[in-house]
Design a protein around this ligand. Structure first.
Ligand code: HPA
Ligand code: ZN
Length: 348
């Protein structure tokens, strides 16, 4: 098929499912399913304040980012041993393989665990072992990105970086997450300067609940190479032009945005506007155990809700995910070739 305009619309869901893709914005603690919370609580002898998986799931009714974070940090309390972190990440990788994810860059929040007395070595060792196993058994490549919790202090972030440095070979970059409002990028400018000296990749959550100015500051004060979420960039026309010109990727998470009330509905999401502005947008699941779907569910529901999106956009989003990933160009070229084969096959 040489002309994408001929791609049959009824095959769009099949294309979305089958196309190879990279996921660049997923918090591994946000893939902790209620069933695994209960299994780990039992294994580790921890009492939960919920009587059943259903009762826990019923508590997942969020009004904003903070109402989610409270439940998300509590859920992570069942993660205690290296094997727990391994099991968590392997469960994600199995779902990722089913969604045709060829590469995943996973966020992890060490401070959520070290604050409970779990050594950072336990966290990183379990996750790194899962990354190796996923490559060997599922053919998925992956990398870890250490996120600093922005509601904690600069000193806490510096201390976390120090604790992580003996395991420097196991993570490729650093990010910034947790409550955005009132915790501007400038609070962490010196930590990120040190991270850049260490040769780490830099990403940051910005413009999810916070203003467009936080996106500018993440670029200018932290040196961010990608912006996580970033959907509020549209409030600043010059910023949108800059993001497009510099090909700064936005890792957008549609189901997350609706669950946390950044947009009222998927139909009201600005995904099509961002793509129309020529931005390097990618689709991601953020915290899929909490937000109602893994990556393909995000693609399927978004394309279903936004009729302007077609096969060309689907292919562009997959290409963007490869472009935005922190991997060598030859691997990106292999994925692009694989994508092109998949498009031909699905169109037949
Ligand atoms: N925003 C900020 N912090 C987070 C998120 C998010 O969407 N998910 C997990 N931690
Ligand atoms: Zn996130």
């Amino acid at each position: 098929m040489n002309n994408l305009a001929e791609f049959p619309r009824q095959k769009l869901p099949q294309l979305l499912r089958a196309m190879p893709k990279a996921e660049l914005h997923v918090h591994i603690e946000g893939t902790l399913e209620p069933e695994l919370i209960f299994a780990l609580a039992q294994r580790n002898g921890i009492a939960l304040p919920y009587t059943s998986v259903e009762a826990l799931r019923a508590a997942y009714a969020f009004t904003d980012l903070q109402s989610f974070l409270d439940i998300y940090y509590a859920g992570a309390g069942v993660l205690q041993h290296e094997q727990d972190f391994f099991d968590l990440a392997m469960a994600y990788f199995r779902r990722a393989a089913a969604d045709r994810i060829v590469h995943a860059e996973l966020f992890f929040d060490p401070q959520t665990h070290t604050a409970r007395g779990v050594p950072i070595q336990t966290v990183i060792a379990g996750l790194a072992r899962a990354c190796n196993t996923a490559e060997a058994e599922l053919g998925i490549s992956s990398a870890l990105i250490l996120c600093f919790l922005r509601h904690l202090s600069e000193a806490d972030a510096f201390q976390t970086l120090e604790q992580a440095l003996p395991y420097r070979q196991h993570f490729i970059g650093v990010g910034l997450d947790s409550g955005e409002r009132g915790n501007p990028p400038e609070k962490f400018a010196r930590v990120f300067a040190r991270c850049r000296e260490l040769g780490l990749h830099i990403v940051a959550h910005a413009g999810e609940e916070g203003p467009a100015q936080y996106i500018r500051d993440a670029l200018d004060l932290l040196g961010a190479q990608r912006i996580d979420h970033g959907v509020r960039c549209v409030e600043d026309t010059q910023l949108v032009e800059r993001l497009a010109r510099q090909r700064i990727p936005l890792t957008v998470c549609p189901l997350s945005n609706v669950k946390l009330r950044v947009f009222d509905t998927l139909a009201a999401h600005n995904m099509a506007t961002l793509l129309g502005a020529g931005l390097c947008v990618t689709v991601n699941s953020d915290d899929p155990a909490y937000f109602g779907g893994y990556l393909n569910q995000n693609f399927l529901e978004t394309f279903n809700a936004l009729p302007d999106l077609d096969a060309g956009h689907a292919i562009q989003l997959a290409l963007n995910s490869f472009e935005a990933s922190f991997v060598p160009e030859d691997r990106k070229a292999r994925w692009r070739a694989e994508l092109s084969r998949t498009v031909q096959q699905v169109a037949q």
